[in-house]
Design a protein. Sequence first.
Length: 91
Amino acid sequence: MTYEEEMRRQYEVLDQYDFEPYLQIYDDVSDLMYNFEYECNIDNLPPDFDDCVFNYCSTEEFVDYLRKRYPEYNIYEATAYKIQPSKRKEN
């Protein structure tokens, strides 16, 4: 299966779901994807999706999909700074 065929099938599957409630709850696309995947009904997914709604879709591809389907939402990329303990020992 070519990339174009995979993405066509992926978007057909995504079109079956309403993401509006999730867009109202989550401000992070990764959180949205994780929680949606956990909560949604996967009974009608094609077998090659291996019970994964976003089987052929990366986060960036899903963002593009959401921007087209829900233009009333501003979806943008943001850099986050994380904190973790240093491995350096204090004397």
